[in-house]
Design a protein around this ligand. Structure first.
Ligand SMILES: N[C@@H](CCC(=O)N[C@@H](CS)C(=O)NCC(=O)O)C(=O)O
Length: 224
């Protein structure tokens, strides 16, 4: 059985959980707070980041969500999530990079800092309202971009559900948990997100809580 080292609000671990669940791959959750730099954890991943995926029986340790997702895409045929022509696969990967890199650094990471790490005293610096404001404004811009994509395609990267949808939804779900997204005026983005939230793969994420931090009331709702 795979062991996934993660904490509830790690968007990269969420993406991986969604992919594994869509592909029917079993795993158990192992709680890891990367900021504690546990010796065994840093030995597994010198970068000191979650997620890490481990199968002790087979002696396999995989690190970095993108590499791990590609590993399963190559080894598990069920529910392909990076498929189609080379151009279509490039589009899927473009959106994955956009949400994993730009959305994460501009929206999710500052929200995690201000609304998780500072509240839980993991980071002892004073609150920075400017940082929070900029992150929320950028989040709003991204919801416009999702509106635009969904105006033109059924799913973010094209005709079918792909890893681009799971990646975007994983990042967005963490920003939403932390109260960082204003959905008003984003009907297309909202309807896309509701469809993803309703999938069985998403349900366990929605019911999970980070200790000491409660999400807004509508975070777990799947009926609009
Ligand atoms: N490129 C990595 C990024 C992983 C990452 O940034 N993880 C964050 C948690 S969301 C982390 O472990 N940060 C270290 C910390 O918070 O101390 C991946 O895709 O797995």
């Amino acid at each position: 059985m795979w062991q996934l080292y993660q904490f509830p609000l790690c968007p990269f671990s969420r993406k991986l959980r969604l992919l594994m669940s869509e592909k029917g791959i079993g795993y158990e959750l192992w709680r890891e707070n990367p900021w504690e730099y546990r010796d065994e954890f840093v030995q597994m991943n010198a970068a000191g980041q979650t997620p890490i995926l481990r199968d002790p029986e087979r002696g396999i340790t995989l690190v970095d969500s993108r590499g791990i997702c590609e590993y399963f895409e190559e080894t598990v045929e069920k529910s392909p999530l990076i498929s189609g022509t080379a151009a279509q696969r490039a589009e899927i990967r473009r959106l994955i990079a956009m949400f994993d890199e730009v959305f994460y650094s501009g929206v999710t990471a500052p929200l995690l800092l201000e609304r998780m790490k500072k509240r839980l005293k993991i980071d002892r610096n004073p609150p920075d309202s400017r940082l929070l404001h900029d992150a929320m404004r950028l989040g709003h811009e991204y919801l416009y971009y999702v509106d635009y994509l969904i105006d033109n395609r059924p799913w973010l990267a094209g005709a079918t559900l792909t890893l681009a949808d799971l990646t975007a939804a994983a990042q967005i779900s963490v920003a939403d948990y932390l109260g960082g997204l204003d959905w008003s005026g984003h009907e297309q983005a909202r309807s896309w997100y509701l469809v993803i939230k309703s999938r069985p793969s998403f349900r366990p994420l929605l019911s999970e809580r980070m200790e000491g931090i409660q999400p807004p009331e509508n975070y777990g709702q799947i009926d609009g």
